[in-house]
Write a protein that binds this ligand. Structure first.
Ligand code: C5P
Length: 220
């Protein structure tokens, strides 16, 4: 297919989801939130009450995983079967559960295949795909690959603004522990060869979106 792929990776709290979605909208591209797919699988395992520590349960569940994700930036939703889980997958119990399944190689292979099918099937001229291993695995051959970073301080501040009911210390600890767990599986803290680092520490949201759009424009 000729779909132009913009791959964006980054740590938790880097703002990559909202930035990627807004950049996709500005470019007239589709948008794929790969983390939401990992979250939706974790959600369905919690729903079934299976043992998250048992990788075979995740591998089994994935075979019948009926996921539907919106890839239009202005029509974003996540469904598992008939259930809309767009909000539910953001709950802390899901955030904490994902790490158990995202470390299972068979699960990663299955979701990677799904992401590639979605990319191939996208009718838009392009698609912005974001996650942890998009620049290195899912779309390692993408013409634009960006690592979106921000200082730990900035990421903590942004995340605690979203989660107003939790203390900054708790938010910081959760962020660190999730990044640590995720880093053991894929390296998204350091840009791979040919991947451009965009540090948003000193940029506001609009400036960061603009920077992504500019990077894409110089490549098209
Ligand atoms: O991006 P988000 O924070 O929603 O991702 C949730 C979790 O899904 C991550 O903490 C990580 O464990 C997993 N993930 C992954 N690979 C991706 C995207 C997400 O392992 N490409």
């Amino acid at each position: 297919s000729t779909t132009f792929v913009v791959a964006v990776d980054g740590p938790a709290g880097s703002g990559k989801s909202s930035v990627s979605k807004a950049a996709a909208a500005a470019l007239g591209y589709a948008y794929l939130d790969s983390g939401a797919c990992y979250r939706a699988l974790a959600w369905s395992l919690l729903e079934r009450g299976v043992d998250l520590e048992d990788p075979s349960a995740a591998i089994e569940a994935q075979k019948t995983f009926d996921l539907d994700i919106g890839t239009e930036p202005d029509d974003y939703f996540v469904r598992v079967g008939a259930i809309d889980v767009t909000e539910a997958i953001r709950e802390p119990r899901v955030t904490n559960a994902v790490r158990h399944i995202s470390k299972v190689p068979e699960v990663r292979a299955g979701l990677t295949a799904l992401f590639r099918r979605i990319i191939r099937a996208t009718p838009n001229p392009g698609i912005v795909v974001e996650g942890r291993d998009i620049t290195t695995v899912v779309a390692a051959d993408a013409p634009v690959r960006i690592l979106l970073t921000a200082s730990e301080e900035a990421r903590m501040a942004r995340r605690s603004k979203e989660l107003t009911d939790q203390s900054a210390a708790v938010v910081g600890e959760q962020l660190r522990s999730r990044d640590q767990a995720d880093s053991r599986v894929v390296d998204f803290m350091n840009a791979a060869d040919g991947v451009l680092t965009l540090d948003s520490t000193e940029l506001d949201f609009d400036q960061t979106v603009h920077a992504v759009v500019e990077i894409v424009h110089t490549q098209t």
